[in-house]
Design a protein around this ligand. Sequence first.
Ligand code: AMP
Ligand code: MG
Length: 417
Amino acid sequence: MLSVAETEKIILDLVKPFDPQVDSEILPLSKVLNRILAEDITSELDFPHWDNSAMDGYALRYADVENLQELKLAIASDEIPAGVAIAQSLNQGECVRIFTGGMLPISADTIVMQEDTERIDDFLYLKVKPTQGEYVRRKGEFIQAGATLIKAGTKLGATEIGALASARCQTVKVYRQPKIAIISTGNELVSLDSSQPIQLGQIIDSNLYALSTLIEQSGAIAIPFGTVRDHQAELESVMQQAITSADIVISTGGVSVGDYDYVEEILEKMGADIHVRSVAIKPGKPLTVASLAPFINVNRSEDNLLYFGVPGNPVSAMMSFWRFIRGAIAKLNGANETYWYPQLIKAIAIEDLHSQGRRETYLWGTLTYQKGSPIFQPVKNYSSGNLISAIGTNALAVMRINQTYVPAGDEAIIMLI
Ligand code: AMP
Ligand code: MG
């Protein structure tokens, strides 16, 4: 049985990121939310594009007021609103009304904000002596033309998309979305689409929906390959189809030690390399991680295809995704290293946390903030088959091996999901 850290390393080492030339597409800026940038974006412009005012106020030459006893300047007749190109220079002893974003006149170097002044007729009285350069946004101060604005591997959110727009990028090159096949295995499973009443012994294939959602949340495309019976030949045929049409395959169920657990056997028969069979994690101990040789995978000719056989228990299946698969998708998708690992924070547990200490144990619950401090509330029932208990979960407490108890009021390590 491998440790969680060993398993994570094995998986990440198996993932070869997308090729920025082949596995990318050029999209309009309105379509790139949560996509990963496939090229460095260079700014063609200086930011700001020209010296301008950060305040509504008056532009002046600092040298004019530096040695004044009475801080008084003549006000020029013009005004400088935003959006007007200014050519003229400021005369000595003169200031000019300027508005936020307005272009600084030649020779002006300082802004006083309106609130720090009093205007009497055509004269301005400064209530405080300004410091040189105050409230001026200098050309190129934020970034200079030719410098890298955003690096490849960055996930695009609102700030990045806004910055790309300001740099006049109408389209950007992003990685394509990874295609993740999902296969649900189990004789007991019934598709949600089925119109038949549920028979005794049957359950709905909920993993398909939970995993599809996690896949979409991680920026990939979920491709369902259906609900398959625990029948070796049937399962093998579906696995073959999935392997040839996706970048990663996830199957749920059939990876334990039961008589109907065929996934590993089929993978071995297909010639897959099996890298992980079980992990010291709870929930989610039976986990099969395999890679299949390139010749089997026509989808990505030169790379191995990754296969994850996760347990069928609904919370275990999600656990495998949160802890291992999400990072693998991020790396495959060209995202930079910060996205490959779970986000861990510290929070106060408001109830006792218990673990047997033999496996790294993840206790699900909710993270909230009380007076700005993170607080973790665990759920009451930790059965990995109890998906209902996981409703509302947004974080899991991590109990390392040999850590059996965190008393209420103590700090715990919390994985965000
Ligand atoms: P297995 O990993 O195949 O031994 O399944 C473990 C448990 O998870 C069993 O109770 C299954 O009924 C349940 N299970 C398996 N697959 C699914 C699924 N797709 N949706 C919901 N529950 C499942
Ligand atoms: Mg099963």
